[in-house]
Design a protein around this ligand. Structure first.
Ligand code: PAF
Length: 280
């Protein structure tokens, strides 16, 4: 695996390649990331990964400085896995040599709801860096995890609207044996919080079970889910049932008619904010 730090070097390494499969990450790689790399390998060749902690997608009171940076460990993991051909690990000065004043604005009805409501500017930061990374790597395929459900949809829509030649492939959420979705932020959980954390997935399953059983009272379902988390000490941002196709809230008649739904949640356990979702 070649590790390249500059866009010029990256382009030199990838010249003439037209089946590149790309996995963008912010590093601190775990088993879920390695699974994305494997999936990329099934969709293209060579596999290119990136590690870049993107300041643009962090709010002023978020954990940009605290975000775990473990480049050498990440390189060792990728080398052991032997799937990635080039790892692009640019410095901030390489990605943003001047203030990034051109930005991609997702539409309000998708970018300012759910995660966008609680993390203003987050999706502008994501789409801007993803577009820039795509411009550097020029992938035919890029793999994104479903754990970041809204991000996946926004990136997919951006590619469609800009006619980017990159197909977005979704990878199922990878979970610990107790159901907790894998995330770089899990390492911030104390021992007691780690024991409590799988409740988020259990609550999502309870929501799904009620919907499957024919309950169409979404306000009551969401309220009960939030109350259960709050009672266990979580600070809940949202538990929300949405339509899979556009993340809009469904009407009761759509729920009853079996519309494809997803339940999305974000909540804080101590200082650590976790997100998860489940398709129904
Ligand atoms: O999902 C992530 O890790 C990040 O949002 C991404 C897509 C790498 C952009 O910085």
């Amino acid at each position: 695996m070649k590790v390249v730090r500059s866009i010029e070097e990256l382009r030199d390494q990838l010249r003439g390649q037209n089946r590149i499969a790309f996995v963008p990450t912010m590093g601190n790689l775990h088993a879920a990331h390695l699974s994305l790399m494997q999936m990329a390998h099934q969709h293209g060749d060579p596999v290119v990964a990136s590690i870049f902690v993107n300041r643009l997608q962090f709010g002023p009171n978020e954990d940009f400085d605290k975000y775990p940076r473990t480049l050498q460990e990440d390189i060792d993991k990728l080398q052991r896995q032997n799937t990635v051909y080039v790892l692009f690990a640019p410095t901030e000065a390489e990605m943003y040599p001047e203030p990034q004043s051109y930005r991609v604005n997702p539409p309000h009805d998708l970018g300012d709801i759910l995660e966008g409501e609680f993390r203003p500017g987050f999706f502008v930061g994501v789409t801007t860096v993803v577009l820039k990374l795509f411009s550097c790597v020029q992938p035919r395929v890029a793999v994104f995890g479903k754990k970041d459900y809204q991000q996946l949809m926004i990136v997919r829509n951006m590619c469609r609207q800009f006619a980017l030649p990159t197909e977005i492939v979704a990878h199922e959420t990878v979970r610990e044996p107790d159901g907790l979705a894998m995330s770089s932020r899990n390492r911030f959980l104390s021992e007691a919080e780690r024991k409590e954390a799988p409740r988020l997935f259990r609550v999502l399953n309870e929501v799904r079970d009620r919907l499957r059983a024919g309950d169409t009272d979404l306000p009551a379902i969401e309220h009960d889910a939030q109350r259960e988390l709050a009672a266990a000490g979580w600070k809940v941002d949202y538990v929300s049932v949405r339509r899979q196709m556009d993340l809009k809230a469904p009407g009761a008649e759509q729920v009853a008619a079996g519309q494809a739904l997803a339940v999305l949640a974000a909540a804080k356990l101590g200082a650590t904010r976790l997100i998860d979702n489940l398709e129904v």
